[in-house]
Design a protein around this ligand. Sequence first.
Ligand code: UDP
Length: 242
Amino acid sequence: MNNKYELIYEGKAKKVFSHDDVDKVIIEFKDDATAFNALKKAKFEGKGKLNCLISARIFEFLIKKNIPTHFIELKNENTIIAQKIKVIPLEIVLRNTAYGSLCKQTTIRPGTDLAKPLIDFYLKNDELNDPLITKDRIELMNIISSNDLNLIVDLTLKINEILKIFFKNIQLRLIDFKLEFGYDSKNNILLGDEISPDNCRLWDLNQKNDTIVSLDKDRFRNDLGGLIEAYSEINRRINKVI
Ligand code: UDP
């Protein structure tokens, strides 16, 4: 990145730089992968570019469906321009099918279809290991008003309906995903972060039998191999339909 732009923040998978316009930021997607709260780390050449391209296409699609997001435009293959937001320190996870931590923490069997989408809130706090929290605890900590939390829940449910169809059209089953939101300078709530196989579980529907084929970060979490091949396949399918 051109050093005229100041690095404002570096996270596990992205770098955020300043922009000439103070209301905008430049976000660069990195090749680093982390799992289990960064206990497991690796680098996959090309992952940043793939996530950036996939996420950009998905955000463009959501914007067309009137979802307010931070996304402005793709700058190059691994960089986007976005609205600057004050990130709300919550991870909003929506689950259509039980998998991952839900099955480790409950008696629900992996692969169980949920009668209705489940929304779980996690506190974004590395020191505390991003704990699962409740609506009441969010209120207690004054993170956001209950009105804004309701707004975020409604947006998340709406995004799920849009994404389920989007992915089904490219023969993928949307198991679960994580979203982050923030406030822009006018205090509007915008969808931030990214939507990519790093923060969605996507199972291939092009399977003759019932075996689960994960085309997402579970390839890294569970040492399945073929992460770049899986992400490339998703990018290929998205570009075929759009
Ligand atoms: N997720 C994420 N970041 C996190 C934790 C989870 O993007 O820090 C996503 C994950 O990719 C999955 C969904 O949220 O699509 C649900 O993850 P889960 O709670 O099952 O966590 P995990 O199995 O990763 O422990």
